[in-house]
Design a protein around this ligand. Structure first.
Ligand SMILES: [Fe+2]
Ligand SMILES: [Fe+2]
Length: 162
């Protein structure tokens, strides 16, 4: 039987994954408005992935017979300082997510919930990948000093995300 403490923490994380989706969708809208179709596409895909994360936790709670409780999602920023900043903010956001997943893992360990630990192990691996993706994009942009040509080349690459 899953503990109430863990159910509450996972419900909070469902909310945070949806908040993440909302943030990336807003970044996508910003990129559209500034004529960067590659980053707009990339961020739309990122937003979809965050909904998948929320649904993975949703399904987990349903499977263990716990109640999913959806909460309010605060509105994200609408304007962003610039192209590179969007990716720096994304990396900072993913670092917060990583520390939240680690906290969840610690709770599951304390509660000796092996099923939750198995699901959270997937999320720990996923967070390594998420941080690496944004780190690589930032490095690519900074390598050429954030010049317009580096933005153009990066944007083409981001547009190819499947
Ligand atoms: Fe996520
Ligand atoms: Fe993420």
């Amino acid at each position: 039987m899953i503990s109430k403490r863990l159910v509450d923490a996972i419900n909070d994380q469902i909310n945070f994954e949806l908040l993440s989706s909302y943030l990336y969708l807003s970044m996508s809208a910003f990129m559209e408005a500034n004529d960067y179709p590659g980053a707009a596409h990339f961020m739309r895909k990122q937003a979809e992935e965050e909904v998948e994360h929320a649904m993975k936790f949703f399904k987990f709670l349903v499977e263990v017979g716990a109640r999913v409780e959806l909460k309010t999602i605060p509105g994200p920023e609408v304007e962003f300082p610039g192209y590179l900043d969007v990716f720096k903010m994304s990396l900072a956001h993913e670092k917060i997510v990583t520390s939240r997943i680690r906290d969840l893992y610690e709770i599951a360990k304390e509660e000796k919930d092996h099923a939750a630990l198995s699901t959270l192990t997937w999320f720990i691996d996923e967070q390594t990948e998420e941080e690496e993706n944004f780190t690589n994009i930032i490095a690519r942009l900074e390598k050429f000093g954030g010049s317009p040509i580096s933005i153009m080349m990066t944007d083409d690459k981001l547009g190819a995300r499947e």
